[in-house]
Design a protein around this ligand. Structure first.
Ligand SMILES: NC(=O)c1ccc[n+]([C@@H]2O[C@H](COP(=O)([O-])OP(=O)(O)OC[C@H]3O[C@@H](n4cnc5c(N)ncnc54)[C@H](OP(=O)(O)O)[C@@H]3O)[C@@H](O)[C@H]2O)c1
Length: 256
């Protein structure tokens, strides 16, 4: 098996300093990519970059708040200056808001979730696509969720944001197929990351069992299992796959 599928490729991972994004950044680095990690927390970002470097890879952390336009501009200016091109992007950064009934969210909460989960994905694609076109093509993977396919009580805001990611993915994929840019989404189920830990801690003693009962494989996913699908979708093995939303949820959603 070829373990250097991304040699000489430049890969951006947003939210690459934690959880699923961290696993994807390390996997890209292990497979030869030059990895750019964008997120806010510097210590964690520097740790991932040095983990990749210790594996013999190349990595750069760019402190970025993806809800701030100037930060996004600076991120892509750095990518342009340092590498001049971009081949793969995993638009992964996101938040899972506290669960409550739909009518109880405030406008501020609504805007905050949409700004990172949806608007940042759109803004990043706006800047990734021209860089990929000038590189002759590329692959984008956006991070949706099982919640992009379902609707659970208490999760209206998160669910709306993750449905929107699938919509953005499909429409942009259709627009840029002729430019040799493939755009897909991954839809993780419940995955062992700090985000899931936080929900388990806030949900009371029964919540873990309730969540596990929803998963046919009977366990939560591991970040590396989502990262594997992201790298597959960015690789040559997926050269005829675009506009798809791949559920990786231990069987949690039967259908897509
Ligand atoms: N874990 C699950 O069960 C699960 C299930 C389905 C989908 N997902 C999705 O998977 C993605 C990754 O989540 P995770 O589980 O790996 O959670 P996580 O460990 O909490 O990671 C979230 C990442 O997003 C970054 N981020 C959040 N707000 C940001 C901002 N304003 N600017 C830049 N970066 C920001 C965080 O970095 P900083 O805080 O340093 O900025 C962090 O790297 C999310 O889109 C999430 O919705 C997760």
């Amino acid at each position: 098996m070829n373990t250097q599928r991304f040699q000489n490729k430049v890969a951006l991972v947003t939210g690459g300093n934690s959880g699923i994004g961290r696993a994807a950044a390390v996997a890209f680095g292990r497979e030869g990519a030059r990895v750019v990690i964008a997120a806010r927390r510097e210590k964690e970002g520097a740790e991932v970059a040095s983990e990749i470097q210790s594996l013999g890879g190349e990595a750069l952390f760019v402190k970025t708040d993806l809800t701030v336009v100037d930060d996004i501009d600076r991120l892509f200016a750095v990518i342009g200056e340092k590498f001049g091109q971009l081949h793969c992007a995993f638009n992964n950064a996101g938040v899972w808001p506290a669960m409550k009934r739909a009518a109880r969210y405030t406008v501020e909460e609504f805007d905050a979730v949409m700004n990172i989960n949806v608007k940042a994905v759109w803004r990043c694609m706006q800047r990734e696509i021209p860089l990929m076109i000038s590189a002759g093509g590329g692959a984008i993977v956006n991070c949706s969720s099982v919640a992009g396919w379902t609707g659970e009580p208490g999760s209206s805001l998160y669910t709306a944001s993750k449905h929107a990611v699938i919509g953005l993915t499909r429409a942009a994929a259709v627009e840029f197929g002729r430019k040799n840019i493939r755009i897909n989404a991954v839809c993780p189920g419940m995955t062992e990351t700090p985000m899931l830990d936080q929900t388990l801690q806030s949900g009371g003693p029964e919540i873990k069992k309730v969540m596990l009962d929803m998963i046919p494989l009977g366990r939560f996913g591991k970040p590396e299992e989502i990262a594997g699908a992201v790298l597959f979708l960015c690789s040559e093995a997926a050269s005829y796959i675009t506009a798809k939303s791949l559920v990786i949820g231990g069987g949690q959603v039967i259908g897509p």
